[in-house]
Design a protein around this ligand. Structure first.
Ligand code: NAP
Ligand code: G4F
Length: 328
């Protein structure tokens, strides 16, 4: 029997990587997308899988749409990747962030409970939930949450609802607490892609500088293509559970800038970087670094792409994209 998977957030970064993995494993993949006047399928085209997805319209803040979708598909696996995922905007759009990231999860879990209780559910939880919480500089499944943004707070609600549906109703619901993961199809507002796109433009003479906020913040950056394998593995276990997923190493934003300029042969990076207070946050998460013992031991998962390889992969993709624009 062909397995059916429903992926919310199919047009984002992780949705396409996960869809590609599941298609390769023989799944029929349904992708939930909002209604757009002009839909954007660039990320699916980038991975060459646009024609292989069954698109289905719905919205995380419209409970009835989720009930209908879950009822009509009755998926074997549901991966909830949809979110207002940009931390920086979550202060200005705290209500919308909460409705999508927190209440949307409650609606989806209710749909599963009432209409498809055998569906296995993956919740895209995040290291942002830890915020200031750490244990000797690391975060793992036991580290207390101290979120620093409306985004982080909305995700803490979703995390506990996911745990609660497991404990209250015996549903197969798992949280992947993923640390930052990036790729050539990362949204261009996020710092990594903003840097690689900016560096490519500078290298090609299309821009003079990049404006950034806090260069001191440290993140545990991995490759999205590796991380979707951990999502998949979480739903193949005998019992549902929650897992931290990261590389176990961290770098500062400044380290990322240096590596990106180095990838195009520029060493005097300081003259191209402008510090703009508009990109600093009301409350920062200073450092995130995963302790990955559980995911390694229980799922046999480990990230494969190194920090340097990731930066190079992203810079090369942005050089290609910007070269095309230059010659248009
Ligand atoms: P992303 O690129 O921002 O993709 C999120 C997707 O959710 C977008 O396609 C967006 O649609 C969709 N969406 C937003 N609001 C929606 C709504 N009301 N109804 C239906 N769909 C909606 O995020 P990502 O990087 O792929 O991350 C996937 C998930 O993992 C997110 O939940 C994120 O919070 C979480 N996460 C990400 C990371 C990371 O480092 N990437 C780490 C930990 C957790 P539009 O295209 O219309 O905007
Ligand atoms: O790339 P960022 O915007 O990602 P952030 O805030 O860590 O969130 C991402 O990872 C989370 C997992 O930990 C996800 F849950 C979330 O959905 C998202 O995918 O910012 C990274 C760091 C921050 O400390 C920020 O203050 O970079 C710093 N930064 C410095 N200058 C900047 C900039 N961030 C952005 N976006 N733009 C800047 O100019």
């Amino acid at each position: 029997m062909t397995k059916k998977a429903l992926i919310t957030g199919i047009l984002g970064q992780d949705g396409p990587y996960l869809a590609k993995l599941l298609l390769e494993k023989g799944y029929k993949v349904y992708g939930l997308m909002r209604r757009y006047s002009n839909p954007h399928f660039d990320n699916l085209h980038f991975l060459g899988i646009h024609g292989d997805i069954d698109f289905i319209e719905g919205d995380m803040i419209d409970e009835a749409s989720l009930l209908n979708i879950v009822k009509s598909i009755r998926p074997d696996e549901i991966y909830n990747l949809a979110a207002q995922s940009f931390v920086g905007s979550s202060w200005e759009q705290a209500k919308l962030t909460t409705e999508i990231n927190a209440l949307g999860v409650l609606y989806l879990l209710n749909s599963i409970k009432f209409l498809s209780p055998t569906s296995r559910y993956y919740q895209a939880s995040t290291s942002e939930m830890f915020g200031l919480g750490n244990d000797n500089g690391y975060q793992d499944e036991k580290t207390p949450f101290h979120p620093r943004s409306p985004y982080g707070i909305s995700k803490v609600y979703a995390y506990w609802m996911t745990v609660n549906f497991r404990e209250s109703y015996g549903l197969y619901t798992s949280n992947g607490i993923l640390f930052n993961h990036e790729s050539p199809i990362r949204g261009v507002q996020f710092v990594t892609r903003k840097i690689t796109d900016g560096v490519a433009k500078i290298k090609l003479g299309l821009a003079e500088t990049i404006s950034l906020g806090n260069l001191e913040a440290k993140r545990d950056w991995g490759f999205a293509g590796d991380y979707v394998e951990a999502m998949y593995l979480m739903l193949q276990q005998k019992e549902p559970d929650d897992y931290v997923v990261g590389t176990g190493m961290y770098h500062s934003v400044a380290d990322f800038v240096i590596a990106a300029f180095k990838a195009v042969g520029i060493t005097d990076w300081k003259k191209y970087v402008v510090i703009d207070p508009r990109f600093k946050r009301p409350a920062e998460v200073p450092h995130l670094r995963a302790r990955i013992d559980k995911v390694t031991q229980k799922l046999g998962w480990k990230s494969k792409v190194s920090f340097e390889e990731l930066v190079k992969m992203m810079v090369e993709a942005d050089l290609k994209r910007n070269e095309k624009k230059k010659h248009k």
